[in-house]
Ligand binder design. Structure first.
Ligand code: GAL
Length: 424
């Protein structure tokens, strides 16, 4: 308990019973929040530290429940087992439609009073606010908006091979040949299902456009999933293997980013949490590393919103600490300090982006433009687009197809269409 809450208690006298009662209430309110998240890479851990510090400055304590594993697949498994044993953490990083699934189970608390006080309805874009609500009530709070369709490049490596940042798939494959000849890995990749899906969804968006992407991955339309365009996207996706290295199976995403940082690889397709790793390595956006939209997706924005859902709590002080956490997350202090480190943009678009780096500034501009032009689409790989069971089936198909030489694009597209029928 911090001094400012503990100290007055030492001064209690019998004559001050009324005051004592008030102070006791204040003191009881200092509580602990156990926070489940999967932010364990260098940039991620530094970023989440800003939230812990702010919570502690308010007199509450933070119990860290970090479960390693990019995109949170392991974290979600651990969360389910904790919840099944009747002991969920007070706050958990849960993203996208899964918030609704937890809401249906009746386990989430209600944040409407915090939201009302903080004016969340006004502050948040509809697409963000809607995801945070279950049955019309706030049950989660958004931390940021990540853009998934980014290509990261090491400009020194590109220059050494005499190539430019590619703006089309043809240019990317042509640059890949030159980079190989010059002794570099053209495209750093980690062979894990979510990373395969991350790459695949950017190719689908590039070749099909935003409406096609939505028909395929949000509407789960069978004809779209079996279309020529989808088959072409599957072919292009598999061809990207030519640009990757043999060490990719199982590699963590941040180790792939490190290959670009170290100049062993030229580029990586990854969401802008990769920027957190470049920054942690002391590199500057625009000079030491460059960001560009994945070829053919300049006008589009695949979004991935990180958020914390809050579980129902009985203990009064823990509930108070939990509400404080929810409030702090949308305050400008946290939104600015966290997102600068994390690589994302603030969840509330009203903040001044002047102090952010050029990639973040571009991301915010592109987010607003995509919102206005209806080219803002949810990430499949990061649980924004579909129910978790269908998403799991999609992951398996995408990864099996990517790794199985004998599976054709036609077979993969048939399987995607079959998996989509799970949803109906
Ligand atoms: C995403 C998450 C990001 C980032 C990434 C890698 O799903 O939204 O914040 O941490 O996983 O772990």
């Amino acid at each position: 308990m911090p001094a400012r809450l503990r100290f007055p208690m030492l001064r209690l006298t019998c004559a001050a019973v009324a005051t004592a009662a008030a102070l006791t209430t204040t003191a009881v309110q200092a509580g602990e929040v156990e926070v489940l998240h999967w932010w364990t890479s260098g940039g991620e851990a530094e970023a989440v530290g800003t939230l812990r510090d702010l919570l502690e400055q308010e007199g509450h304590s933070w119990k860290d429940f970090a479960v390693a594993g990019g995109a949170g697949d392991s974290a979600m498994t651990v969360l389910k087992s904790r919840a099944m044993s009747g002991n969920p953490p007070s706050a958990a990083q849960i993203n996208g439609p899964e918030i609704q699934e937890w809401g249906e189970l009746g386990l989430l608390g209600n944040l409407d009073d915090v939201a009302q006080e903080g004016n969340w309805d006004e502050l948040l874009p509809d697409v963000v606010a809607n995801m945070m609500k279950y049955d019309g009530h706030y049950v989660a709070v958004p931390v940021n908006v990540h853009r998934v369709n980014w290509l990261w490049a090491n400009p020194e490596v590109l220059a050494a091979a005499g190539v430019e940042v590619p703006t089309s798939w043809d240019e990317l494959f042509a640059a890949g040949e030159k980079l190989r000849e010059a002794g570099y890995v053209p495209l750093a990749h980690g062979g894990q299902p979510w990373q395969d899906a991350t790459t695949f969804e950017t190719v689908v968006l590039s070749l099909g456009g935003a409406d096609f992407y939505r028909n395929a991955f949000v509407e789960l339309d069978e004809d779209t999933l079996k279309s020529e365009t989808m088959i072409e996207a599957l072919d292009t996706f598999k061809r990207l293997r030519e640009l990757m290295d043999e060490g990719m199976p199982g590699r963590d995403w941040n180790l792939a980013t490190k290959m670009v940082i170290d100049g062993q690889a030229a580029m990586q397709i990854m969401g802008d949490w990769a920027k957190g790793e470049f920054s942690a390595a002391g590199m500057k956006a625009g000079s030491d590393y460059v960001c560009a939209p994945v070829p053919g997706t300049d006008a589009d924005f695949i979004f991935n919103i990180d958020s914390f859902a809050m579980f129902q709590l009985e203990d009064e002080s823990a509930a108070e600490a939990q509400k404080t956490l929810a409030r702090l997350i949308l305050e400008p202090d946290f939104q600015e300090s966290f997102n600068k480190i994390k690589g994302s943009i603030p969840a509330r678009p009203d903040l001044d982006m002047g102090d952010f780096d050029s990639c973040a500034q571009r991301s915010m501009e592109d987010f607003k433009a995509a919102q206005a032009n209806d080219t803002l689409v949810p990430s499949v790989a990061h649980r924004m687009a579909m129910r978790s069971d269908v998403q799991g089936a999609f992951f398996d198909i995408i990864t099996n197809y990517f790794n199985d030489e004998s599976m054709t694009a036609e077979q993969a597209s048939e399987r995607l269409a079959q998996a989509a029928s799970l949803a109906f």
